[in-house]
Design a protein around this ligand. Structure first.
Ligand code: SF4
Length: 346
């Protein structure tokens, strides 16, 4: 019987020799010599399934395991509210335009405290409190003060652009950092101003809040240049962590026409961003949780409860969101130690 090879297998066969020009880039990355954007773009040309791709992934894996002392992290995302958000970012299921949610829901305080306590009991390394675009900032501060009394897990805010005074207020309310991404297509797929988003990152740095980030939400339509730009922004502004999250196309999403990248493609991008981040980060995230990237430099997952911009369920803990126990098991299966203290707050 004659065996025929698939196009992918043929492509892999053609990529079994390694490229000498990558040796210098890999050596620089291993020594934490900052890479140039041109070198980053060269990494983006490495095809999946090639020997070079496995060299890239192996190096990213080794760097993370050594630099992070094999610590595996779980930072619990708590979406505080649901609303048909008037900002209408194209990739988000919580938008007014998507029409999935027609009423505002502020999850009750008791529910938010219960989620935070669940995070603490399950050994979460951080609690990321996410709001939609027009959520009252004063309420976020109030919840920060309440949760600071109720649990000892570090609090991270994930909210709109802020001023210096608001940054100081977050610190005073008990937050130690903020997740704040300049999203892919910012200003094109969102109504938000890219420069204002970057200015907020400067605010975080100025007031002493840790900046948490991810290159997101990645789809097949994003160019190598766009992706590399955001990876270098994360390195240059000193992100505590900055891995890669893919876009999830919720049913009816206007981005459905572009499709979604696979977990394997995400793992390749996680490895590239890991080399670019050098010795800057304290961890390297990926989302949604999957095993492939745990072999290519990622060591941080976001289990999820409450609202999520990727879900049609009000409480993603009952929908797409994975729980802490599941995330912990995935990390442990790939020999990441979840029992060690977090590196993110040192
Ligand atoms: S991503 Fe945030 S700001 Fe944009 S529509 Fe969704 S909730 Fe609103």
């Amino acid at each position: 019987m004659e065996l025929t090879l698939t196009a992918e297998q043929i492509a892999a066969d053609e990529s079994t020799s390694t490229s000498a020009d990558l040796d210098d880039i890999f050596t620089k990355a291993a020594e934490f010599t900052p890479l140039s954007k041109e070198e980053g773009l060269r990494l983006m040309q490495i095809p999946l399934h090639s020997d070079d791709c496995y060299r890239l992934m192996a190096l990213a894996n080794r760097i993370s395991r050594e630099q992070f002392g094999n610590k595996g992290e779980n930072h619990l995302h708590i979406g505080l509210n649901v609303e048909p958000c008037p900002l209408d970012c194209l990739f988000c299921s919580l938008t007014h335009k998507a029409g999935i949610f027609t009423e505002k829901i502020d999850f009750p305080e008791e529910q938010i405290i219960a989620w935070a306590k669940y995070g603490e009991e399950q050994g979460a390394d951080g609690l990321n409190l996410m709001t939609t675009g027009t959520y009252p900032f004063s309420r976020l501060l109030e919840l920060g003060r309440i949760l600071s009394r109720e649990v000892s897990v570090p609090l991270i805010a994930n909210t709109r652009d802020i001023s210096h005074a608001e940054g100081e207020a977050l610190l005073a309310a008990g937050f130690v950092g903020a997740y704040h991404a300049v999203r892919l297509g910012e200003g094109r797929d969102t109504p938000l101003n890219r420069n204002k988003r970057i200015a907020t990152i400067g605010v975080l740095r100025d007031v002493g809040l840790r900046w948490m980030n991810c290159v997101e939400p990645v789809g097949p339509e994003h160019s190598a240049e766009e992706l590399i730009e955001l990876m270098f922004l994360a390195r240059d502004y000193g992100a505590t962590y900055s891995g890669v999250m893919r876009r999830i196309n919720f049913p009816g999403s206007p981005m459905t026409k572009y499709g979604m990248i696979t977990e394997l493609e995400m793992a390749r991008l996680v490895a590239i961003s890991r080399l670019i981040m050098g010795n800057v980060p304290k961890a390297h995230c990926t989302h949604e949780p999957h095993s492939a990237s745990l072999l290519t430099g990622a060591n941080l997952f976001f289990p999820e409860v409450g609202s999520s911009p990727r879900d049609g369920q009000c409480d993603t803990g009952k929908g797409r969101g994975l729980g802490i126990a599941t995330c912990r098991q995935m990390l442990q299966e790939m020999n990441w130690n979840t029992e060690l203290p977090s590196n993110c707050y040192r």
